[in-house]
Design a protein around this ligand. Structure first.
Ligand code: ZN
Length: 372
């Protein structure tokens, strides 16, 4: 059951270009075959969230699994088998999204279907959503939260089945993506003193950013903040003084560091440069922010998962998730799922079938413990 559904979901391509509706429809069909009601929320023609619920009798708290349906593009590297045609070989299922995170999504759906089929009575609601746009702007998670936050039952906790190789993750850094444009004035390249060179302004800024120290906030969470300038463009011709230069920066924030704080610091650096060189002119734009995920590893929810999964420690991950958006639902959030995180976004992405089976088993145990 689990392999078949995963293959169908991989084949239902759900890159940003295709949208998530294909994937949501495959999932809805599967869930309804197992008598689990599912609602698809569609916008912009092909963008879609899907939310499935098994109603409890109301005598217990609800449990919420937050998945995502979208995948990143296949990339330019050559795959051994077509990325959007699932291929099973050597005990693995290959295809884009197999690991990140249609594998985890399938495991949750199958666990729910098996419990539903068994005729067992649910005390609390089991809610499974699979959102759009996790890999780009978190649009699906934000939409889900604003739509349901006032009507959801009380949640015992939230599990994100992203690939963590079955490690319980309670922390990841936040994201702050910035675009900075320096502005100048064009002139002929032979008379540069008549213009203002935007690349020279950017050079001054880059030198300052190179020495930037993130605020040192002491918390119990590991990891440090990083800044990586990953795109730059400017100038039109060898003999024209450039009037614009643009950089894009990927900042990852440790616990206690906020995007607002970093933006304030960079604006201050720009103000200082302007006070030294009046021709300096820069504009900063925030492209994307995701707060840090920080769940107390000593909370009841995590302790209960420890017991069920026979694990006794939490970890952090390098990548980010939709988790911070779900904090508004006022329940502890952990990331816990099958698949090796280093395979995500890679060519020849795969998941081991044994990991899928183990995920179904552990999710069934978790669901039984919390809502049955
Ligand atoms: Zn993911």
């Amino acid at each position: 059951m689990v392999e078949k559904l995963l293959k169908q979901l991989i084949n239902a391509q759900s890159t940003l270009e295709c949208g998530e509706l294909n994937t949501a429809e495959v999932l809805k069909y599967f869930l309804e075959q197992h008598d689990i009601s599912a609602e698809i929320d569609v916008w912009d023609e092909n963008r879609a969230n899907i939310t499935a619920t098994i109603k409890g009798d109301g005598s217990g708290e609800a449990l919420f699994f937050a998945c995502h349906s979208d995948v990143v593009p296949a990339g330019d590297a050559k795959w051994q088998s077509p990325p959007f045609q699932a291929d099973e070989r050597d005990g693995r299922i290959y295809g884009r999204g197999s690991c990140d995170m249609k594998g985890g999504l399938v495991a949750v759906a199958v666990a729910a279907a098996m419990l539903k089929n068994s005729g067992i009575k649910f005390k609390g609601d089991l809610i499974i959503c699979s959102t759009a746009g996790e890999e780009t702007d978190g649009c699906g998670a934000k939409r889900f939260v604003s739509k349901y936050k006032d009507t959801l039952p009380r949640l015992a906790g939230i599990i994100i089945p992203e690939p963590t190789d079955f490690k319980i993750v309670n922390f990841h850094r936040g994201i702050c993506w910035l675009k900075i444009t320096t502005k100048g004035k064009t002139a002929h390249g032979s008379v540069p003193h008549l213009g203002i060179n935007a690349i020279a302004s950017m050079t001054a800024l880059l030198n300052k950013l190179d020495c930037y120290k993130f605020p040192d906030v002491k918390t119990s969470f590991p990891d440090s903040s990083t800044m990586s300038i990953n795109q730059i463009s400017g100038g039109q011709a060898t003999n024209v003084v450039p009037d614009s230069c643009v950089i894009k920066i990927d900042i990852r924030m440790a616990a206690g560091v906020t995007c607002e704080r970093v933006v304030d610091d960079i604006n201050e650096i720009c103000a200082e440069l302007k006070s030294q060189t009046p021709d300096f002119d820069a504009e900063l734009e925030i492209i994307r922010t995701v707060p840090t995920l920080q769940t107390d590893s000593a909370c009841e929810f995590v302790k209960r998962i420890y017991n069920i999964a026979n694990i006794n420690e939490t970890h952090s991950i390098n990548f980010s998730t939709d988790g911070p958006y779900f904090k508004e639902l006022n329940a502890p959030v952990i990331v816990f799922g099958p698949g090796k995180p280093e395979l995500a976004h890679q060519p020849d992405e795969y998941i081991d079938v044994i990991d899928l089976d183990n995920a179904v088993e552990v999710y069934m145990k978790i669901i039984e413990d919390f809502v049955v």
